[in-house]
Structures are given as C-alpha cells and as structure tokens.
Ligand binder design. Structure first.
Ligand SMILES: Cc1ncc(COP(=O)(O)O)c(C=O)c1O
Length: 349
C-alpha cells in the first residue's frame, strides 16, 4: 500500500539551495556579509544561558510585538510574527488562497511566491514584467480584472531583479483587486520605499518583512507581517502553537533593541551596490538592472560560463538563467569580497 501524494504538487521539485561546495565567498543567498556586533552576540549568548528549554516558549511574545510596532510606527495589534518572512507568506496563502482560488505573480519574481501559493493548493496566474523588469501597470490592472485573483504578490525591491515599484503603482494595484495584496518588502531597508503608510487607506494589504537581510539575523529565521487586526485575525487561524522558539524570542528582541547599531551596515551595502553595478555595467556585453536591494542583477550572453568560472575561484553567485536568459544575481559582499568578485569577473568576460 502506498500513500497518495497530492497530484497537483508533482511538478514542483523539492526546494534545493545553490551548491556551495568549495565556496569561499558566498554571494548567492542575499545574506548580510557582516556578522552581528560582538556585544550584541554576547548579550544573546548570556540571555541564552538562562533559558528554560524544558518549557514551551511564550505563545505570544508581547515585547517582540511592541518592538516591531515601535520600529514600524504602527500599533502592536497590526503585527504578525513568523519563522522567517517565508512562513508569513505561506500562512497568508493558507488563509487567503487554497483550492479553487488563484494567486497572481509579476514574473520574474521571488521563486518562493509561486511555490507558497501552490503549497496551499492555490492556482497561479502570471503577468510578465517589462523588458526592464518593472511592473507594467496597465497590463497589471488588465490582468487583475480578467483573472480576479484572491492573492496578488508584489515584491519590492523585487528579487531577483531589484526593481522598486512606485507607491503610486502599489496604490493602483491595491485599489483594483478584491484579493489580498501581499507587499513583500524583505529588502525594504536597502531602499526606504514602503507601502506601510498606506495601510490605513488600503485594508486589503499586508506588508511582509524579515530580519534575515538588513538586520543580519538570517540564521535565526524570523519575519513578520503588518496589516489590519482584522486581516491578521485570519492569519491567526493557520498559525502553529508556540510558533517562535525560545531562542528566536531571545535573539530577535535583542537585535531590534540594538537596531541603530545593527542597521549601520546598510549604508555601506547600498554604496557598494552602486559601485558594483557601475563596474559590471562597464564590462563588455553586460546589461545591468539598477536595483534597490542588497544584490545586483545583470545578464551576459555567456552567463553559465561566468558562473562556473567564478565558482572555480570559490565565488558563489546565483544562476537565474532558467528564469531570464543570461541572468546572474550577485549579493553585495564586503568591499574586499566585492573587489575579488569584480576582478574575477573582469578576467572572465
Ligand atoms: C523577496 C523575499 N521574500 C522573503 C524572503 C524570505 O525571507 P526569510 O529569510 O525571512 O524567510 C526572501 C529571502 O531571500 C526574499 O528574497
């Protein structure tokens, strides 16, 4: 006797991350290259020692909600927390998608959005971005009117291309859809553009964020959503008991309390992004998309050879050639890492 898997999932391959064997310089996962400051690490270590791991963690960590509310200038009742932005995105799909429902994506975009919609049993419709990977607003509105999606994913800055969607376009999309508009702002801190101030006038929007990027906390797995309490009440229906581990409940508030210090690397990363974009654009046959996140995105006719050549030198970048011909995404590293990447790339093109 064999169990019967869900037939509609059979064309989804189990998720696998990039092969980083032999990698010395990791520029493939959009992580922050700077570890947390030592005093912050020490504070986390000290607080960890006092944990009672035989007990369940707090079911609703009040201080965490308050710190996130303060950082974002909202009320704690507008905050929802999860084990990474990915969990909040999946829970949004479980609550608002599902069998017989549809999600709309603006491709090329974050690959997990497609998967999260499908995991929840939601059908997926696609609208293509422009040649410069911007949202084509007239197309977007027409597609929403035809498809009538229950969920619209809008990633800004967009992973993998970096494009930042104007707030005017966000408002128009939110206004035309009857569905949930998920504004995935995982990279918000690197561009400063957010739909957050529009939440009062747009009750169908959830802004999803993470501590994995600017806050240098990818290893902990913590993300959050901001929306109206009514909308979050729906997400509460698909939430696991004791969701965030005791360790998460120690590390995330400490990092948020030290946010001025922790976020200091954002400025360097943004400057480095501009420098790398400029240098790559000067190389023959490259086409660089100007981005607003902590990575650069470009195409080259021989992308696979370049990716292999960089890997041979221990520099791991992300191959996007299956989504966009010739496309490569490179996370901004430390200035020394970026120099080595630029030197190797220049020698290869
Ligand atoms: C656009 C986007 N959203 C969400 C995530 C997931 O973030 P987290 O690490 O918080 O699950 C990522 C991670 O790369 C991302 O690029």
């Amino acid at each position: 006797m064999r169990p019967r898997p869900r037939p509609e999932l059979q064309d989804l391959k189990p998720y696998s991350s990039s092969d980083i064997a032999g990698g010395r310089i990791l520029l493939h996962a959009n992580e922050n290259p700077y570890p947390l400051p030592q005093p912050v690490m020490d504070e986390i270590a000290e607080a960890t020692r006092a944990l009672q791991l035989n007990r369940y963690p707090a079911p609703d960590p009040v201080e965490l909600y308050e710190l996130l509310a303060e950082y974002n200038g909202v009320d704690p009742s507008q905050v929802f927390i999860g084990d990474g932005a990915n969990e909040v995105l999946l829970q949004s799909c479980l609550a608002y998608g599902g069998p017989g429902r549809k999600a709309l994506l603006f491709e090329p975009t974050y690959v997990m959005h497609h998967r999260q919609a499908r995991m929840a049993g939601t059908a997926v419709a696609e609208s293509q971005r422009s040649e410069e990977f911007d949202i084509n607003i007239d197309d977007a509105i027409a597609t929403i009117e035809i498809e009538r999606p229950d969920i619209v994913f809008l990633c800004s800055p967009n992973n993998p291309t970096g494009n930042v969607t104007s707030l005017d376009d966000v408002r128009r999309i939110a206004g035309v859809t009857n569905g949930l508009l998920i504004c995935d702002e995982a990279y918000f801190e690197f561009c400063g553009v957010t739909a957050l101030p529009m939440l009062d006038e747009l009750p169908n929007v959830i802004v999803v964020r993470t501590l994995s990027k600017a806050f240098r906390l990818a290893g902990v797995r913590f993300g959050y959503g901001i929306a109206s309490p009514e909308l979050l009440d729906q997400l509460g229906r698909v939430r696991m008991p004791y969701g965030q581990s005791s360790f998460t409940q120690i590390a995330a508030p400490i990092v948020l309390r030290h946010r001025t210090e922790v976020l200091k690397t954002v400025e360097t990363i943004v400057l480095e992004r501009g420098r790398i974009e400029e240098r790559v654009a000067e190389l023959p046959d490259t086409d660089v998309t100007e981005g607003g996140a902590n990575f650069i995105f470009f195409t080259h006719p021989e992308a696979e050879r370049l990716i292999g050549g960089l890997a041979g030198k221990g520099i791991i970048v992300r191959d996007f050639t299956k989504q966009v011909p010739g496309a490569i995404r490179v996370t901004v590293g430390t200035p020394a890492e970026n120099d080595e990447f630029l030197e190797s790339l220049t020698a290869l093109v």
